[in-house]
Design a protein around this ligand. Structure first.
Ligand code: SF4
Ligand code: SF4
Ligand code: SF4
Length: 179
């Protein structure tokens, strides 16, 4: 099984938003909606303050509460991976998955079905990196298989300090932030 993960270096991210623009373009995300977004957080205590920029999206959790909550099977895990996806034709727009996700990663499309980051599954199938990863001007985003101990993402998590968002939610998120 592939355990796809994204590793984002918060020390290199400048909050430029190119990842957000790339995702909108690649995935034709309608105006006013987004699959990824930038969070700005002030860390530390005066006078030693530091600004952390984080590019956030669906965490493709190993325990996806969204999938467990979905009554129709529209929200599902792609076989052989941890990528969580939505079958639009099975989605009734009930929003149970939106309520279940601790990361606010999902939204309703104008057509009435729920959508979110797919880890650019369509690009992975062609051997390409996710659009957001491929455009980052500071190269602060990495993507790969965390079940492969030799992958760049595995090596980075071995070498560097990292965190995940809301670990207390118990979802086992697979987007990691180097700190
Ligand atoms: Fe589901 Fe939310 Fe986890 Fe994505 S971040 S897999 S939408 S629970
Ligand atoms: Fe499932 Fe769609 Fe309801 Fe979400 S909104 S729980 S994907 S049927
Ligand atoms: Fe958007 Fe693809 Fe990046 Fe997910 S992996 S935020 S869908 S560009």
């Amino acid at each position: 099984m592939k355990r796809y993960g994204m590793v984002i270096d918060t020390l290199k991210c400048i909050g430029c938003g190119d990842c957000v623009v790339a995702c909108k373009t690649e995935n034709k995300v309608p105006e006013g909606l987004c699959r990824d977004w930038i969070v700005e957080e002030v860390k530390g205590e005066y006078p030693h303050l530091q600004m952390e920029y984080r590019s956030e999206r669906c965490n493709h959790c190993l325990h996806p509460l969204c999938v467990y909550a979905c009554p129709t099977g529209a929200s599902h895990i792609k076989k052989g991976t941890n990528i969580t996806l939505v079958h639009p034709e099975l989605c009734t727009g009930c929003k149970a998955c939106i309520a279940a996700c601790p990361y606010d990663a999902r939204f309703v499309m104008p057509q009435g079905y729920v959508s979110k980051c797919t880890f650019c599954d369509h690009r992975l199938e062609k051997g390409q990196l996710p659009a957001c990863v491929s455009v980052c001007p500071t190269h602060c985003m990495y993507f790969g298989d965390l079940n492969d101990p030799l992958s760049e993402v595995s090596q980075l998590l071995k070498r560097r300090k990292w965190k995940v968002l809301a670990p207390e939610a118990g979802t086992k998120p697979q987007v990691y932030y180097l700190t």
